[in-house]
Design a protein around this ligand. Structure first.
Ligand code: CA
Ligand code: CA
Ligand code: CA
Length: 360
């Protein structure tokens, strides 16, 4: 055959004109076409997955941060009905004297005592024996972010709540505040008082933004709130770990259900005695006691106060204010998860593009 001659004339074309070569060439074209089709399908499927991932990431990013912080059960307080005024309650003319007696103070020991614009339904003198109080005499003072008339209700609700009228903190949530100016007896160099912290926030909202708090500041109140963190350089009352007394710190360091037995609250601290020392010869001590809701005004927190007294001692009775401890909110926010998903989707997309470029 003259194939050799033809090859000499058109060396490149001749190969493809050979019958065997033609057969193999058409098989190759068919396989190549199949490969391209498969690849196109794979790429299309991957594009769809990535598109879906982007949409999910964007939607998750749009979830407000607050819902992420409020992790745990749904936040619906069991709202207490608004009470009708009771004769002899905080509105009575003798109330200030009742508070002094309840705290164990003589009339002459108090220069002034005021609850400002705090809701009178959210503080009161208690004259019965409840959860280890009174620690002095036959009565004590209760002040909190819910009704004092709820204190001895059976604990049938995990979210007893009341929105107190009047005074609020800088976040617009419930606050009850007592300012008391004490005349220091001659020779005294310290004062002390007993307190106990109760809360419905315990245990389900420990570690969240609903960080209800109790502060005692002297000589004036200067605390500030940022998110769920309180900064109170003038505070003198701390829990056993030296932290500010809040649901997050006290919850972690010693609140339990047993301590709240006999009350409507789900948890309480033990009874603490705070001692505050000052220089001998100090004429007056100005104390501001504050109890407040943080995050919102539901899930009541209550403080029992008693046995506010002076003493004289050597330097051993000291209470050195410690810096506030910031506890992180646990868990990753929805916004953070959305950003993570976007980043992962971006990395996956780049990897696919690189693979696609190499194959072409
Ligand atoms: Ca309860
Ligand atoms: Ca409240
Ligand atoms: Ca609360």
């Amino acid at each position: 055959m003259n194939h050799r001659k033809e090859l000499d004339r058109h060396p490149r074309m001749a190969i493809f004109s050979h019958p065997n070569v033609k057969l193999r060439s058409s098989q190759y074209e068919s396989e190549e076409s199949q490969f391209h089709n498969d690849y196109a399908r794979e790429e299309e499927a991957m594009r769809k997955v990535l598109g879906l991932l982007f949409i999910v990431a964007i939607l998750v990013s749009l979830v407000p941060l607050s819902t992420a912080i409020a992790d745990g059960p749904e936040r619906l307080g069991d709202m207490s009905p608004v009470p009708t005024p009771v004769a002899g309650g905080p509105q009575a003319l003798t109330f200030t004297d009742d508070v002094k007696t309840a705290l164990g103070l003589s009339s002459g020991a108090v220069s002034s005592l005021s609850f400002g614009t705090s809701d009178p339904d959210c503080y009161n003198v208690m004259s019965s024996s409840i959860a280890g109080f009174p620690t002095q005499g036959s009565s004590f003072l209760a002040m909190g972010t819910g009704l004092t008339s709820s204190i001895t209700l059976a604990n049938t609700s995990g979210s007893t709540s009341y929105q107190c009228a009047g005074l609020n903190n800088s976040q617009g949530n419930d606050m009850v505040q007592m300012n008391i100016v004490l005349n220091v007896p001659s020779g005294a160099n310290f004062l002390k008082f007993d307190w106990k912290f109760f809360s419905e926030e315990f245990p389900e909202f420990v570690g969240t933004s609903f960080n209800d708090a109790f502060l005692v500041e002297t000589p004036n109140s200067t605390f500030t709130i940022s998110g769920n963190t309180i900064t109170a350089p003038k505070n003198i009352a701390f829990d056993s770990a030296g932290n500010l007394i809040t649901v997050n710190s006290t919850g972690v360091y010693g609140m339990n259900a047993g301590n709240a037995s006999g009350t409507t609250y789900d948890g309480a601290s033990t009874t603490f005695a705070t001692t505050y020392s000052f220089s001998p010869g100090t004429a007056q001590v100005n104390l501001t006691f504050s109890v407040m809701d943080l995050g919102d005004s539901i899930y009541d927190t209550m403080i029992f106060l008693d046995n506010l007294s002076f003493g004289t001692s050597d330097a051993s009775a000291t209470a050195t204010p410690k810096p506030p401890v910031t506890l992180p909110v646990p868990g990753v926010s929805a916004g953070g998860m959305g950003i993570m998903a976007l980043l992962l989707a971006g990395v996956a997309y780049l990897a696919i593009r690189r693979k696609s470029t190499r194959t072409q």
